[in-house]
Design a binder for this molecule. Structure first.
Ligand code: IMP
Ligand code: MG
Length: 173
């Protein structure tokens, strides 16, 4: 398998994740029930690093969403592949996503979560590709803005491969 070209090194990602964790720790210091919701599968590595940089009591609830087939184009149709296992009613929900691309997945998720009566919902995304935005999505905590390239690694896949790369890269340079 050809090695993707580095766009964001493991060191650059780690430094950014530490800074995000510090900000989140500050912002949620008065929260009584913080629930971190990593969106599977793409954000599992990011979320595992991020929560270790958040110095607060928190719980973790996974949510699996799928908006892509095996290709690289958003279908706009979102499927829940794994749902939360406890109520988020009255809780502060921090959604952790790998990348906001068209924004269609997060638009769907915001509407869906709102029906479950959380106290608050904020979004932390490692990456944002504004060039492809189709709906405006407020990102409360953002790692990096990137250009319009399909990226893989650090949890992000191409046809389910490359998730285990320790950096974020581009296939074929
Ligand atoms: P959106 O609905 O178009 O915003 O797509 C969001 C989802 O598509 C992300 O959570 C990723 O799983 C996937 N995705 C979008 N862009 C990329 C990319 O460049 N590499 C890998 N996955 C991507
Ligand atoms: Mg995803």
């Amino acid at each position: 398998m050809q090695k993707p070209t580095v766009m964001l090194s493991a060191e650059a990602i780690a430094a950014r994740v530490a800074a995000l964790g510090e900000t989140i720790t500050r912002d949620y210091r008065d929260s009584t029930e913080l629930v971190v919701v990593p969106i599977l599968k793409g954000s599992f590595l990011f979320a595992s690093d991020l929560i270790r940089q958040i110095d607060l009591d928190l719980s973790v609830e996974f949510l699996g969403l799928r908006s892509y087939g095996a290709g690289t184009e958003s279908s706009g149709v979102v499927q829940i592949t794994y749902d939360l296992t406890t109520s988020i009613s009255g809780k502060d929900v921090l959604v952790v996503e790998d990348i906001v691309d068209t924004g269609l997945t997060m638009q769907y998720l915001r509407t869906n979560l709102a029906t479950r009566n959380p106290r608050s919902v904020k979004l932390c995304s490692l990456l944002h590709k504004p060039a492809r935005s189709r709906v405006p999505i407020p990102i409360d905590y953002l790692g990096f803005t990137i250009e319009d390239r399909f990226v893989v690694g650090y949890g992000l896949d191409y046809a389910e491969k490359y998730r285990n790369l320790p950096y974020i890269g581009v296939i074929g340079g």
